[in-house]
Design a protein around this ligand. Structure first.
Ligand code: LLP
Length: 420
């Protein structure tokens, strides 16, 4: 059973499941449930797998903050020397608060406001990934008004199909992201004439939860063609950013390792001077975290039986939103035959499920761990049904750090007022 768990530092022992040196039952006892629980060792291993794969290549791994933007998580990557991929002023503020290096920050996103540009320029970020001609003009203007030059890369849409969920595929011509491949050359020519713009790189990101390295290699070929064409026109780049997207195992997927994923890319860029950048999110944090929850009620039904837990779609939206599968395991399974349950939350929606048809040997009050919840879990949580958001803890060996307090009703009502 142990080897089947996708969270590498989670083990089954006599005290039930333990993460690194800490029993999940102790965490529930001390901090309550629902609680997001992360493993520092798993975060570090995931980051180091990229570093190992990149070897001595001039490169930068920019963690995609949107996957999990908690300060505790960001500080782990900042200490490891990572860069960061951000998409908002708020994410940049988080990176800086967590001790990240502004010079290693790249700013992606289709809708950057002038305020966000100013804040990023003041902070001295490494690069703006520009996604339209209009954005280029605005950035030139904003930088000019501050007496600065803005470093840019164009996010080029290579028009390849990444074969993933339609909501998280971004590199097709029909997506809103990036500039069209056919327009990229002209945009670079234009950028080269703008006084407050400094051309620094090129970027692409084709989608998320990619399990096949081939579409990425196809995108890299297209990007490389463009880089060579630019060089012929005297436009040289200091970095090539190939985005994020490497998938993880939620159930029985067999994603490539960073080494396997990067191999065809490193081969293509061998011997070139540009630094290679990546923007991984899910593959750095997804399987370093789980959502710890308690069963409130077991409700036998005629057609289905329900395990009603204290976590819900507001805590982990992925099942409701994408019909995503997350492994759900009992923290201390009972010696009774398993019953098949719909694992659901207390929210008033039929879409409020965390898992369908799960065989569990449990009783009311038992703890469950919802696995692979480190990425796009807490960051996509909400207060729907006026539910305070979960606490977050980071396990580091035998130590448990509370990296976010559980929200209280005071947090939730703050800033609101009834009519007089
Ligand atoms: N770079 C850019 C420009 C992105 O838009 C994203 C993710 C990443 C990097 C990181 O991709 P990753 O390595 O995590 O695949 N909420 C969805 C995923 C949305 C991904 C959005 N962009 C989910 O829960 O599956």
């Amino acid at each position: 059973m142990t080897t089947a768990l996708p969270v590498p530092t989670l083990k089954a022992g006599p005290a039930g499941l333990t993460l690194e040196g800490v029993a999940l039952a102790d965490i529930a006892e001390r901090f309550g449930t629902p609680t997001y629980v992360y493993s520092r060792a798993a975060l570090t291993q995931a980051y180091e797998a990229y570093q190992r794969a990149l070897g001595l290549r001039k490169s930068l791994v920019c963690y995609a903050v949107k996957a999990n933007s908690s300060l505790g998580i960001l500080s782990v990557f900042a200490k490891l020397g990572a860069g960061f991929d951000i998409v908002s002023r708020g994410e940049l503020a988080r990176v800086l608060a967590a001790g990240g290096d502004a010079g290693k920050v790249i700013f992606s996103g289709v809708g950057k406001s002038a305020d966000e540009m100013r804040y990023a320029l003041e902070s001295g970020i490494g690069c703006f990934n520009v996604e339209s001609a209009a954005e280029l003009d605005r950035l030139n203007e904003v930088a000019g008004s501050m007496g600065k030059r803005a470093p840019i890369a164009f996010r080029v849409n290579p028009d390849v199909n990444p074969n993933t969920h339609p909501y998280i595929s971004t590199g097709l011509r029909s997506n809103k992201f990036g500039v069209a491949f056919t327009e990229a050359l002209d945009l670079y020519r234009k950028a080269a004439t703008l006084p407050n713009i400094e051309i620094s790189g090129i970027d692409c990101h084709i989608g998320s939860q990619l399990l096949d390295p081939a579409p990425m290699a196809e995108a890299a070929d297209k990007i490389l063609g463009l880089v060579d064409q630019l060089a012929r026109e005297g436009i040289t780049l200091d970095h090539i950013d190939l985005g994020g997207g490497l998938g993880i195992r939620y159930r029985d997927e067999e994603p490539p390792t960073p080494t396997e994923y990067l191999k065809p890319l490193l081969e293509r860029f061998a011997g070139r001077d540009e630094a290679l950048c990546f923007e991984p999110g899910r593959s750095l944090v997804g399987n370093a975290g789980l959502l710890l929850t308690r069963i409130e009620y077991l409700k036998p039904g005629v057609e289905k039986s329900f395990a009603i837990i204290d976590a819900a779609m507001n805590d982990l939206a992925r099942p409701a939103l994408y019909d995503a599968y997350h492994e759900i395991v009992a923290v201390a399974p009972r010696a009774v035959p398993a019953t098949r349950y719909e694992v659901v939350g207390p929210i008033c929606e039929s879409g409020d499920f965390l898992g369908h048809d799960r065989d569990l040997s449990v009783e009311t009050g038992d703890l469950l761990a919802i696995l692979s919840a480190g990425a796009y879990g807490m960051t996509m949580s909400s207060n729907y049904n006026t539910r305070p958001r979960a606490a977050e803890v980071l396990v580091d060996g035998d130590t448990v750090h509370v990296i976010r307090d559980r929200e209280t009703l005071e947090h939730l009502l703050k800033g609101e007022r009834p009519l007089p």
